[in-house]
Design a protein around this ligand. Structure first.
Ligand code: 9GP
Length: 805
């Protein structure tokens, strides 16, 4: 196997061999899809030697390693990223050209693995990229879903969900490791009995077991020979799963068992509105946690290390509450399989585990019904029960007579297992993902825990990998930056600050303007080709792309656009320049209101398109099936970044950072990481509006405000809300805003938002001022590279150090 492609000629030779091996065809006969597969396999070959060497190096150095457990890894396409990391993109481009192929036409043929929903999963993907780039020994652990998050289609303005068949043509980056399979147990019964040595031991019997098979995906660092691993587990049916437990013979039971097993790694986020769906989710969570931990402990044991020193060599990270079962599962392994006592196992578990909270939205702080939990995971339940008993006893000793508080911190309460409480009690570190979010966790959401363990709480503001979101997504901007300040920023993104002295330089500004126009033109061409819609490339591009959620307030955005429409009907000069409002994002399949907002966006878009007096100035476009690769087209083309969540609700946001990195100006509330963006760039380089977090929280405490009063006072709001009268589909939104008193302060912030838009238009017309602001945003965005974030996790939480390979 060759280490590197030395020349395009050698590339052609290797490509030809590979095409023979894989398809028994000459390159000229390959379909474009096959060209992609041959190329991806060649790149994987390039990575393989380093992958093995990295693993050997970590073992030889007995280095501490991090395992990042996350139910989502929203990877995006890998060919471009892997070519870039290996430094082989130009060679591949030239080699393919000699063979008559165009790399840029091949890359979009790769399926975009949608193994995630939004920010949480994409953050995990950015983190493993940064871990490898920083030569930190850290790996991902998750599920190999057969279907990713659904594919969004829009039919008659409404979202329709279709299965995402990303594995249809195979996933060339993975390697199946059947030799590393483990068994995960479900059901049966568990009880304690005397062990004959004066203690107790656990018996778990009558369970069924599922075979967990790992598929490893290499994660190469940026031109540094480090290759870490993302391990994705797949559930497989095995006949001994039941027969081994003496339950064979009952054919119906066997069939049922087979079906359930195969469901485990079938879908990301099964619908949890039914008991069946909830059971499946809990099975998934235990599945990857148990499989991952078993393989980590096995590897650890294989290194002949003493398990009492586990936390010296292993750091386990829980990304949101989904992997929180890691805590009782590690206890189970240490006690039942390794014979440790409770105290020692507990010390090791807490010392190895850390937890990140990603939201304060109550629906995401998971709770499981005890009967479901107990029947599915009887042994793990016994551990959680004992843990809860010990924890509450200690808590009551500290706060005697404060049952109100004990209720808040209990792991088991009201017939439920509370996963966030489990995660906090069992971790030595609990972090939020932006300063404001961490403050809210400490002062409110997790305050009773903060009182007991203030030293556990810390902030780690999110970041995004500038390699994917700038270098790969926006090559002309990356080239301009390198021409201006050299290439050091690629390895040290903080050095983007060196652009600051150029912010008023007319020649730099001119080039920056050209880059933005180039990216806007490219997006416009792509929209025309793929959607058949014409967009004015010289209009202002105002973009809101993220999951649909009422707190993210896409509703505020579209109601404001509708108000512009009404104004333009009255006065064609009411808006000084043409604007294009782009939306993208998926609503959870069962989230009715969010889906109605998508319908509303389409309705307003149609109204505008049908109105000659308006359509010269306004365009609304919803780009269906927003995913990582679509994001890579949109962030570089944006003039304005819409970050308008109700203050206090968005934990951090990461799209805000990607826009900033690509020179867009933030129009936002002081929420999540917007607060830190605002602090870095200042008022003159972003536009902030609306209620502050404290004001929102005060309203919540005091029962809100009267949206009816606002409706009566503000004529524009009244006219805008009339849109709901035109279509009974929208009655739910009307109810939310007026009868249910506007939980997310859409109407309350409307006037401030309107003014913020006017301010944006004023600034946009001052070209040098706008370009200066754009330059400042790019220059300050180095702070939001995930390299910074991951270095902080490594230093403060995981205590891992870089290892040169
Ligand atoms: O909603 C948060 C988002 O604000 C944050 O940027 C992201 C990564 O930390 O996590 C999101 N949370 C979830 O996706 C679910 O908790």
């Amino acid at each position: 196997m060759t280490k590197n492609w030395k020349s395009p000629k050698q590339f052609v030779c290797l490509f030809t061999q590979k095409a023979k091996i894989l398809f028994n065809e000459e390159p000229a006969a390959l379909t474009p899809k096959k060209v992609y597969l041959v190329l991806a396999n060649l790149v994987k070959d390039l990575i393989y030697d380093d992958w093995l060497a990295t693993e050997q190096r970590y073992d030889a150095r007995q280095t501490k390693q991090v395992y990042y457990f996350s139910i989502e890894f929203l990877l995006g396409r890998l060919l471009d990223a892997n070519l870039m990391n290996c430094g082989m993109e130009n060679m591949a481009r030239e080699g393919l050209k000699e063979l008559g192929f165009d790399l840029d036409a091949i890359m979009p043929l790769e399926a975009d693995p949608g193994l995630g929903n939004g920010g949480l999963g994409r953050l995990a993907a950015c983190f493993i990229d940064s871990l490898a780039a920083l030569q930190l020994p850290g790996h991902g652990c998750s599920i190999r879903y057969q279907y990713g998050l659904f594919e969004q289609h829009i039919v008659d303005g409404q979202q329709v969900e279709l299965p995402d068949t990303w594995l249809q043509d195979g996933f060339p980056w993975e390697t199946k490791r059947s030799d590393k399979a483990v068994h995960v147990r479900y059901g049966g019964s568990a009880y304690m009995r005397p062990d004959g040595k004066g203690g107790l031991e656990c018996v778990h019997e009558g369970y069924s077991s599922v075979l967990a098979i790992p598929y490893d995906v290499p994660v190469p660092g940026y031109r540094n020979h480090t290759v870490n691993t993302l391990r994705l587990w797949q559930a497989e049916y095995t006949p001994d799963g039941l027969f081994g437990q003496g339950q064979g013979g009952d054919f119906r039971k066997v069939l049922q068992y087979r079906d359930t097993t195969q469901q485990i790694s079938r879908f990301l986020y099964p619908d949890d509105s039914t008991e069946e769906g909830r059971k499946l989710r809990l099975m998934q969570e235990y599945f990857f946690v148990s499989a991952g931990l078993q393989s980590i402990v096995r590897h650890y044991r294989g290194q002949h290390r003493d398990l009492r020193e586990f936390d010296r060599y292993v750091a386990l990270h829980i990304n949101d509450t989904h992997p929180a079962l890691l805590i009782p599962e590690l206890m189970r392994i240490l006690m039942d399989e390794e014979g440790m006592g409770w105290e020692e196992a507990w010390r090791i578990t807490v010392a190895s585990t850390s937890y990140t909270n990603h939201t304060i939205m109550p629906e995401a702080l998971e709770r499981w019904s005890i009967p479901l939990f107990q029947s599915l995971l009887p042994r793990v339940y016994l551990i959680v029960e004992e843990l809860n008993r010990r924890w509450l006893a200690a808590y009551r000793r500290k706060f005697p007579g404060r049952e109100d508080k004990a209720e808040q911190v209990a792991i088991l309460w009201g017939g439920q297992v509370r996963m966030a409480n489990l995660a906090v009690v069992g971790s030595h570190s609990v972090n939020g993902v932006a300063e404001l979010h961490t403050k809210i966790l400490e002062e409110s959401t997790l305050h009773p825990f903060y009182e007991v363990y203030p030293e556990r709480f810390n902030n780690k503001t999110n970041g995004v990998t500038h390699r994917r979101w700038l270098l790969e997504s926006n090559p002309p901007l990356a080239a301009l930056i390198s021409d201006t300040i050299g290439t050091d920023w690629i390895r040290h993104p903080k050095k983007l600050k060196e652009l600051l002295p150029y912010r008023d330089d007319p020649s730099f500004q001119e080039k920056l303007a050209q880059v933005k126009q180039d990216r806007k033109d490219a997006l416009v061409r792509w929209i025309q080709e793929t959607r058949g819609v014409a967009v004015d490339p010289h209009s202002l591009f105002d973009i809101q792309i993220k999951r649909f959620h009422m707190y993210k307030r896409q509703l505020l955005n579209i109601l404001h656009v509708y108000s512009l429409y009404l104004r333009l009907l009255d006065d064609p000069d009411a808006v000084p320049l043409p604007q294009t409002f782009l939306f993208g994002g998926k609503a959870a399949a069962s989230y009715g209101e969010a889906k109605v907002v998508i319908k509303l966006i389409h309705t307003v878009a149609r109204l505008i398109d049908q109105e000659p007096r308006v359509r010269e100035k306004l365009k609304v476009l919803f780009l269906e099936n927003y995913n990582v690769s679509l994001g890579q087209r949109l962030f570089p083309a944006a003039d304005v970044s819409e970050q308008i969540s109700t203050a206090s609700k968005e934990a951090s946001g990461t799209g805000n950072m990607k826009f900033m990195m690509n020179g867009a100006i933030t129009l936002g509330t002081l929420d999540g990481a917007n607060v830190e963006i605002h602090r870095l760039v200042g008022d003159e380089n972003c536009v902030i509006f609306g209620l502050r977090a404290e004001e929102v929280q005060k309203y919540y405490r005091e029962g809100g405000y009267s949206s009816w009063d606002l409706y009566r006072q503000d004529e524009e709001i009244r006219r805008v809300l009339d849109v709901f009268q035109k279509n009974p589909l929208f009655s739910q939104l009307y109810e939310d805003l007026l009868r249910r008193n506007d939980e997310y302060f859409v109407l309350k912030d409307f006037a401030a938002y309107r003014e913020a838009h006017q301010e944006i238009l004023r600034r946009y017309q001052d070209r040098p001022g706008w370009l200066r602001a754009s330059a400042v945003n790019i220059a300050q965005s180095g702070h939001f590279s995930s390299d910074r974030t991951v270095s902080q996790y490594a230093r403060d939480i995981w205590k891992v150090k870089p290892i040169r390979v």
